[in-house]
Design a protein around this ligand. Structure first.
Ligand SMILES: [Zn+2]
Ligand SMILES: [Zn+2]
Length: 307
């Protein structure tokens, strides 16, 4: 989940103008129901293709299940012309590393990882276990501070090990009448420094980069708007194998894209970009209309991924 922006109150669907798709033909960062998104992988891929995207990475948190389903024998064929790339997003912990970062985390995208790599799958399974433990610790904490969501959580299907994220908690808070929107839940309750925040456990950024590289993926730091002021950190991570920097996250304004893009090029990092679509703010086409992916960026990404 990206750093939440200001609350938005979307008009009801029947009052909305149809979204005019942007011209981005690539999106290498989006989430499905196999982590904390709201669309099934096949439906997400359908909407992505309809919006004009032809290079797409499904980057669920700690989970390649969506990709595997989409390419499994017997699955519906992918939309024509769409290149689907397996990817994950690992929310790596920076606590204890002496870094002053907004959320105490760096999100590392692993783009083009080998979905058959057993060691990588074991690392992801451990991450999912830690995420699940954090989810239930958050539910306990919310009960203790008078914001119970136990009834809403009881309605969820918790049998699988799909990633249960803070957006899942946020949606339960909305259903319980305790928050107005996902953004509202993050801002007042779930963000670092707020009363419902539980620290994450799991991989640090160096371990995440090593795991991604060992599985053949391109490691890119997601939505890191602080990048221009963190050159020493980035250089240190490049020594550990960092390949890329997400200079074109949908939430970035033009100035942020320019500054983070300049940082990537100055360091020799591959620029990546994506919607980080979770589904909370509307249909995929709306997120896509805000995504900017220059031709040179897409070309560099294709070269780096070999697709
Ligand atoms: Zn993220
Ligand atoms: Zn994301």
């Amino acid at each position: 989940m990206a750093t939440p922006g200001p609350a938005r109150h979307a008009p009801p669907p029947e009052e909305r103008e149809p979204f005019v798709p942007g011209d981005a033909i690539a999106d290498v960062h989006a989430h499905s129901t196999r982590s904390d998104g709201v669309l099934e992988p096949a439906e997400l891929v359908r909407q992505v293709h309809e919006a004009g995207v032809r290079l797409f990475a499904l980057a669920d948190h700690d989970n390649l299940a969506g990709y595997r389903e989409l390419v499994a024998p017997g699955a519906a064929p992918l939309p024509p012309g769409l290149v689907l790339v397996p990817a994950v997003e690992i929310n790596a912990i920076t606590r204890g590393l002496g870094l002053e970062l907004a959320e105490g985390e760096l999100h590392v995208l692993g783009i083009g990882v080998d979905p058959a790599d057993e060691a990588f799958e074991a690392a992801l399974a451990a991450q999912r276990g830690a995420r699940r433990a954090r989810f239930f610790a958050t539910v306990d904490l919310l009960r203790q501070i008078g914001l119970p969501i136990d009834a809403q959580v009881a309605e969820l299907d918790l049998t699988g090990d799909d990633a249960l994220g803070r957006p899942t908690v946020a949606r339960a808070l909305i259903r319980a009448g305790l928050a107005d929107s996902v953004e509202d839940a993050f801002r007042r309750i779930l963000s670092h420094g707020q009363p419902g925040y539980v620290p994450r456990t799991g991989l640090g950024p160096v371990e995440a980069i090593h795991a991604i590289r060992a599985a053949g993926g391109l490691a890119s730091i997601a939505h890191f708007w602080e990048a221009p002021d963190q050159l020493a950190l980035l250089r240190g991570l490049m020594d550990e194998g960092l390949d890329g920097l997400e200079s074109h996250h949908r939430s970035f304004d033009e100035e942020t894209r320019r500054r983070v893009g300049e940082t990537a090029r100055a360091l020799g990092l591959v620029e990546t970009g994506g919607t980080d679509y979770h589904g909370d703010l509307g249909p995929y086409a709306e997120a896509h209309s805000g995504l900017v992916m220059p031709d040179e960026l897409v070309a560099g990404l294709r070269t780096a991924l070999g697709v």
